[in-house]
Structure formats: C-alpha cells, structure tokens
Design a binder for this molecule. Structure first.
Ligand code: PLP
Ligand code: COI
Length: 338
C-alpha cells in the first residue's frame, strides 16, 4: 500500500489500483471491466485525438465519520454526460451503467478514499472518447467509456482561502458553441488564458459572455456566485456556461437551508459592487471565496482579500456537511455504498 499524507493532498493525479473500461462497438456497450494498467491503447486515427470527440465528468466519493463511503449526486453527472454525448454525437450511457462503473471503481480503490476529517475526497473522472480508424470529420464508430480515480485536496491552493481572479479577453466557448457541455475543447481553449492569468499572479481567469464581453460567465473550472447586500444568492445564466451540479445544489441550499432569495440572471462586470461576497463553486473547487476580480486593470475587492465572508462560510459548511454525511441531505442527493 502506498503511504499517503492525507492532510497534504493537492489536486494532483495519483495512480490508484483499478480503473473501469467499457467499449462501444456494433451499436452496443460491452459489460466493461476493471483493469490495473492505467494506459489505453488506441488507433492513431481516433476522433478523440483529432477532432476532440470526447467528454468527461468529475464527481467525488466521500468518507463519513462512521467510515461509510458515499457519492454526491452521481445521477446528475450521468445525465450531464448524456447531454455532452448528444452534443458530440457520441453514444449515450445509461445512468445505471454510469453509477455502477463509479461504484466499482470506488470499491476497488477503497483505500484511496481519504479519511473523514481531512477535507479531502476521492475524485472520480469518468470520460468517453471516440476511437477507431476515422479520417474525415465525422463521428467515430467505436467508443471507450472509462472511469479512473485519484484522492484529491483543494483545487485552488490553500483551500478555503480567498483567491484573486482577472477577467480574460479570450473566450472559452462560443455563444452557441459547446460551453454548456463538458467536452475537452472548452478546456483546450482555456489553457492559454489560464496561463496568462497565472503568469500575472492570479489563481485563474474569469470568462465574460462571448457575445458582448460585459457579463460574468464563469471560471475555467468552476461557476461564479455572488451574495448581494440584501442577501440574495446570484449566479449567472447563459447557454455557454457549464451547468454546475455544485451551483445547482447551492441554489437549493441557499433557498431551503439558509432562507435566502436566489436569482439566476445576468451579472454585469461593471456592477460588481452589488455583491458583498463572491465565490467560485464546483466539484474540484468546492467553494472557493473570491477575494477580488481585476477587470481592465481595476481591482474590485469583495468581502476581504484574506478572510472568508460569513455567507460563503455558511454555504461551504452546509454543502460539505451534506457531502461528508454530517447533515441530512435533500432527497436522492446521496448515493450510499452498503
Ligand atoms: N464550470 C466548469 C468549466 C467546470 O469544469 C466545472 C467542473 O466540473 C464546473 C463549472 C463545476 O461543475 P460541477 O459543480 O458540476 O463540478
Ligand atoms: C470538476 O470540478 O470536476 C472539474 O471538472 C474541474 C476540472 C476541469 C479540474
């Protein structure tokens, strides 16, 4: 067994014992199997390699204080992957098969689910790629669906510590493009803007709406939310934003657990002072407080550059207490392993 410093985990790949692989051929998925080798052999003419015909998901397995393991809303990830598949003309996978594959991978790598209390979790990365021998621009006729996992800590360094973002002049997605689905192309186009932001000392960049560049869309790997001075939880709405499951959950928790008003609407980058707090949310990012956003050289500070605001803190505690099993979850949010 690998010795792991659970309290020092970062968001980095660690090879675990088993991963799941299933092949789609002649119009159907095979049973799939677990394997030890973390390499995949595929044709040089695979559509995933040339035309970006691939999609992926990200979800986590959590260990509770009673040493049980649970997934957070895996059905939502399965359904989002189906959306991604429809957009890229890939074969859909049933919700049951998706969840079964995740469960098999977690069970086979149980040792790697971080202990309760370390604020870390086992990150699952289901993905689908078009493979086979295809030359022209068209969908593949064979696909692989795989799930691997890795124990992870916080995505943004320092965990629950405010980060600084800068708006980008680039777009991650087109107005009617693929921003709303989880496909690799969106991330390929975010690499350079992300690199520029990091070079200037920011944690990442914030994308504006690709049509007018006046409204906040999201971060490269997380959605945006803000809390207004009258305590409304606000998150942007746009076709080119990835519909985050964490964001969807926070909308529910803000309304039903914290009794806040909620709104999904435009967020003008010139009106950031309507918010007393802001954050980034996602499976990997969990909830990361945003200390400031710099736009056209002007820095807007939210609650504080180094302290977490009280509303953000309550959202974080409510969400993570549910994920780690310390707070009763809304119906069907938790998938427990018996
Ligand atoms: N936005 C982008 C671009 C992402 O990559 C992610 C991560 O999955 C999110 C938002 C957050 O989505 P979720 O909460 O479903 O993980
Ligand atoms: C996730 O939060 O699951 C993501 O996919 C973000 C990621 C691209 C690191």
């Amino acid at each position: 067994m690998k010795k792991i410093s659970w309290n020092e985990l970062e968001f980095k790949y660690m090879k675990t014992d088993k991963r799941f692989v299933s092949r789609w051929k002649n119009g159907q998925w095979d049973q799939g199997r677990l394997k030890s080798d973390n390499h995949i052999t595929l044709s040089e003419a695979s559509t995933a390699l040339h035309y970006g015909q691939q999609c992926f998901e990200g979800l986590k397995a959590y260990r509770t204080r009673h040493n049980r393991i649970q997934l957070f809303r895996p059905e939502e990830n399965a359904k989002r992957m189906q959306e991604s598949c429809r957009r890229l003309l890939m074969p859909e996978l049933s919700v049951e098969k998706f969840i079964r594959a995740c469960e098999l991978v977690v069970r086979a790598n149980e040792y790697y689910v971080p202990p309760y209390g370390t604020n870390s979790a086992l990150y699952l990365r289901p993905f689908m790629i078009g493979v086979g021998n295809i030359m022209g621009v068209k969908p593949a006729d064979e696909y692989l669906f795989c799930v691997y996992c890795s124990p992870v800590g916080p995505y943004f360094k320092g965990g629950l510590k405010p980060v600084e973002f800068v708006t980008s002049d680039f777009d991650r997605a087109a107005p009617m493009g693929t921003g709303g689905v989880k496909v690799g192309g969106n991330y390929a186009s975010s690499l350079y803007p992300n690199h520029l932001a990091k070079k200037q000392g920011y944690a990442d960049c914030i994308y504006l709406d690709p049509k007018t560049h006046t409204k906040i869309e999201e971060v490269g790997a997380a959605n945006f939310f803000g809390i207004t001075h009258d305590e409304t939880f606000v998150t942007p709405e746009s076709y080119s934003i990835l519909p985050s499951i964490t964001k969807q959950s926070l909308l529910y928790l803000a309304e039903h657990y914290m009794h806040l008003k909620t709104q999904q609407r435009d967020v003008c980058v010139d009106k950031l002072n309507e918010f007393k707090e802001a954050g980034a949310c996602g499976t990997a990012a969990v909830i990361t407080p945003i200390g400031s956003i710099t736009h056209k050289g002007k820095k807007h500070v939210f609650y504080s550059e180094d302290k977490v605001g009280p509303m953000t803190m309550t959202l974080f505690n409510t969400l993570t207490n549910i994920q780690f099993g310390d707070l009763e979850a809304p119906k069907d949010w938790i998938y427990r392993f018996d």
